[in-house]
Ligand binder design. Structure first.
Ligand SMILES: [Zn+2]
Length: 94
């Protein structure tokens, strides 16, 4: 079951795990017992590790705006270095 956030009239915030069908119904505050409304926002994101958040953001961005590259990542345009080892002369050529 998912976790939802609620804020009571006395401005205390609490999370509740409840079925999706009941998510929008007022929840009773565990501190004062008053009915509390669901709040939206990013309390879970704030607590999330910044590296994880960056990775998730990048993954989301790449879904509709993939980064354009002009060459294969991790490869340079430099020519293959020439070897001076005589044993390499016997290796098959592409
Ligand atoms: Zn309360």
């Amino acid at each position: 079951m998912p976790t939802y956030s609620y804020r009571c009239p006395e401005d205390s915030r609490f999370d509740l795990v409840r079925p999706m069908a009941e998510a929008d119904e007022p929840a009773q505050c565990p501190h004062c017992g008053q009915p509390s409304r669901r709040v939206f926002g990013a309390p879970a994101l704030r607590a999330m590790d910044s590296r994880l958040r960056r990775a998730l953001d990048a993954g989301e961005r790449s879904a509709d705006a993939p980064e354009v590259v002009t060459s294969v990542p991790g490869r340079s345009r430099r020519a293959t270095p020439v070897t001076r080892d005589p044993r390499h002369a016997r290796l098959p050529r592409p």
